[in-house]
Design a protein. Structure first.
Length: 194
C-alpha cells in the first residue's frame, strides 16, 4: 500500500470512529479526526478533503465493503433461484446491524434517509452490474428484463430496512418466513397486462 493509500485509510478509520461517537452532527469533525488519527488538520484535508469529502469517502468505502460481502453471498446462493430470500435477508440484516449506518440514522436522519429513498436509484445502479448475471441465470429464458427484478427486489429490501409495518420482523428467520408468505400471496394475485 502506498503512502497516499495508507494515509487515506488512517484518516477514514479515524473518521468512522469519530462518526460512531456522535460526529455526524458536529462541525468539528476534522479536529476530532486529526486528534484520533494523530495527524494535523491540514493533513486530514490533504488526504481526504473537507467534511463532505470525508463523509462521501466513508460512504463509498462502506459501500465497497458491502458489495464485496454481497458478492460472497451471491456466490454461495448460486443459482439464486432457491436462495433469493437469503440474499434479501442478508441485505436487510447487514443494514440493520451496520453500526455506522445506524449511528447516522440516529444523529442525522435528514441527511441519510434521502440516500435510501429519493436517491436510492444511485445505490441500485451500483448494484445492477454485479447482480445482473445472477438474475439472468435465475430468470432463464423468461421474458422479464433483469433490471425490473433487480429494481423491485432492491426497493423491497430498502423498504424492509427503513420502514416498519404490522408484522414484527425482528429476526432473520421471521423475515425469511415473511418473504416466503409474501411471495406465495403475490403469486395468488396474477396481474393482467394490457
Amino acid at each position: 500500500m502506498d503512502t497516499v493509500s495508507r494515509m487515506r485509510k488512517r484518516v477514514l478509520d479515524a473518521a468512522v470512529d469519530c462518526l460512531l461517537i456522535g460526529g455526524f452532527a458536529t462541525g468539528r469533525l476534522h479536529s476530532a479526526i486529526a486528534q484520533r488519527a494523530k495527524l494535523s488538520r491540514p493533513t486530514v484535508y490533504k488526504y481526504v478533503g473537507d467534511q463532505e469529502a470525508i463523509l462521501d469517502a466513508v460512504l463509498q468505502r462502506e459501500l465497497a465493503i458491502f458489495l464485496g460481502e454481497l458478492q460472497a453471498v451471491l456466490d454461495r446462493a448460486f443459482p439464486v433461484g432457491g436462495q433469493l430470500a437469503d440474499v434479501i435477508v442478508f441485505v436487510v440484516w447487514h443494514a440493520r446491524e451496520h453500526r455506522l449506518l445506524q449511528a447516522a440514522l440516529r444523529q442525522v436522519p435528514e441527511r441519510v434517509l434521502p440516500w435510501f429513498t429519493t436517491h436510492a436509484h444511485e445505490i441500485i445502479a451500483q448494484l445492477e452490474p454485479m447482480v445482473t448475471p445472477y438474475v439472468e441465470d435465475y430468470l432463464g429464458p423468461a421474458d422479464i428484463p433483469p433490471r425490473v427484478l433487480i429494481d423491485a427486489l432492491s426497493r423491497i429490501a430498502l423498504s424492509l430496512v427503513f420502514t416498519t409495518g404490522l408484522v414484527e420482523l425482528d429476526t432473520p428467520d421471521k423475515l425469511r418466513d415473511y418473504l416466503a408468505t409474501t411471495a406465495r400471496a403475490l403469486g395468488a394475485f396474477p396481474v393482467a397486462t394490457p
